[in-house]
Design a protein around this ligand. Sequence first.
Ligand SMILES: [Zn+2]
Ligand SMILES: [Zn+2]
Length: 427
Amino acid sequence: MPKKRQKELFQPAKGTFDILPEDEWYWDKIYKAASKAADVYGFGKIETPIFENTNLFLRSVGETTDIAEKQMYSFKTRGGDALTLRPEGTAPISRAFISNGLFELPQPLKLWYWGPFFRHESPQHLRYREFHQFGFEIFGDRDSVYDALIIQIFANILKELGWADFVVEINSVGCQTCRPDFRRLLLNYYRSRQRLLCKDCKRRFVSNPLRLLDCKEEKCAELKSRAPQIIDHLCSACRPHFKSTLEFLDDLEIPYMLNPHLVRGLDYYSKTVFEFVSTSKEDKMAIASGGRYDNLVELLGGKSAPAVGGAAGIERLIASLKEIGVQPEPKENPKVFVVQLGSLAKRKSLSLIEDLRKAEITFAESLGRDSIKAQLKIADRLKAQLALIIGQKESLDNTIIIREMDSGNQETVTRAKIIDRLKKRLS
Ligand SMILES: [Zn+2]
Ligand SMILES: [Zn+2]
């Protein structure tokens, strides 16, 4: 086997990673914070499939977005279906809203989700090809109070996790009424400057001019700083909607900043778009983001259902938590360690372990080992408080030796009384 091939056997695929036990505490902590918020605000949890029909994403995310053009994991099945690993959560949930007739339920309908997503991006710091998000979506209401509520939910979760240095960058991307006019203005502005654009933007100029505002290339960034701004050209429905969203945020004392160039990489957004960014770091990485998508459900073939939502990137959130010094609580050591010698003792150990489980006494063992010395050494390394020793004599007598690991003091207890005795000693 060639060397590269051999290496592939023990390396994760590019852009993926393993979640190890030492990090599980962070995942758990974030999950608890998200699900607690979901319970309080009345969100039901929804889990959609990992893959969907490719057309769902082409239609919703937009065929000329970076996601659809470059980043989707799309494949043909043996049966000839065109499928895609989900690159984001809002489109599948909007699809599920229609498929399951959820529009029949009392509205607004609140749904939340948690899980892996997939984008074929060039891997870099905290950008993975398999990444994880949780999100909240509210269907069936166009009132700006829900835009503010979604932002508030994320603000609360971030604060609860100990992350307070954020600001919400916010913009309105208009609606089907005002966006076409703005698109024309933008095209007019860029037409004479086309040759100054980067390669991607030359393409965007033709296919998706709004995305010109999203380019990170230096020369394009300079051009966009003088480009027309959509908030100056909102229609009579979008303008008051945006204004009242900001007023609600003022009331809630959520720090925000207008970013007239925020457009987000998805075509389904209308009106409000937002991103939570760190104020303490120079690279302004979005930790959570979202916006309103009043036309998506209809676009997918459902009855009109205005909606708003957002999602948070879990890997980035964990990195931020580590950066601000949020530390896992130390894992509790096992209370007892079961030590055995001989085949009869091994069998008795299994029934002892079963009783420990029922009594909820945490334990460790190394049942495959035969030497008492080796087993006590592991008990020591694991910092168990007590060792429970069943030697050959004890297994015949139906007794167990309780050994205090620190002092080495021992007492012998009958098998029948062992759990009661342990409970007393450990309390
Ligand atoms: Zn509008
Ligand atoms: Zn560009």
